[in-house]
Write a protein that binds this ligand. Sequence first.
Ligand code: PBG
Length: 329
Amino acid sequence: MREMNIRPRRLRGNDILRKMVRETRISADSLILPFFIREGNGIEEEIPSLYGQIRYSPDTIIKGVEKALKSGVSSFMLFGIPNDKDENGTGAFDEKGVVQKAVKRLKKEFGNDVYIITDVCLCEYTSHGHCGVVDGGIIDNDNTLPVLAKIALSHTAAGADMVAPSDMMDGRIAEIRELLDEQCFSNTPIMSYAVKYSSSFYGPFREAAGSAPQFGDRKSYQMDWHNGKEALKEILLDISEGADIVMVKPALSYLDIISEVSKAINIPVAAYSVSGEYAMIKAAARQNLINEYNAMCETAVSIFRAGADILITYYAVELTDAIKKGDIG
Ligand code: PBG
């Protein structure tokens, strides 16, 4: 018999073959675009910390959503920036609050052509900038729960399709679920920010939303990034309380967590590629140190490759264009 000299080798070929065998597929349907909405009228301003992103008001957000819809993005996450803040963040559940107004307008304008998710948290609405009610300088977990439920209910009553609590208080998913069910919103899903690390990558967001804590930090309620196993514990707790989708945040420094979580559970996993991740690419690209388009594509694909089902990203529109071109997906 003739002896064969077979060497193991990597598959080689042209673009058609490369696309044929891609292991990771992305669709615009899995992308969510965040928006910042400031109280007022006619606002359309560049966000300095998030170069390329625009802050709208409840009237102009129609334009922002329209543009995104044209490109093929139809899911949006709304963050509100109120004019007035107080100790207890009461603006967060005001029927005429900035998010509530925006949701109402968007649903009236676009109906079921858009899917509106609202961030449920107190930090943009409290004068101290913390995500919970503060008592004697300490974040009061249990007294924050009913307030969060009230916020979620007010968003849902305004027409939100899904609520996303990002505060990291213990027990809030159960509390929100119970109130929504009681008020006949049992079909409204909850996307829980289940694994939210105490990260430096939120910096540009806090600048954009004016939500930096005025004293201390968020380490008492956000997770320590030395810990991985704890992530699964948080996820399982939130699932047992009724979370429909769980989120890992940030994304890029936590691909290991996304990977483990997605293998361990049987509900959708969302990853939030946060403001600092976006800003890093923008800043490096503006200095011609990296190619923005390629870095955007590579990082987004890496998050899906790790196991995410959904990606929340400030690059949602640009990624959709990249998918259309066939560069990713
Ligand atoms: C509110 C919230 C934050 C982000 C999402 N929801 C800020 C924070 O926890 O400090 C960050 C998102 C981003 O950085 O893009 N709690």
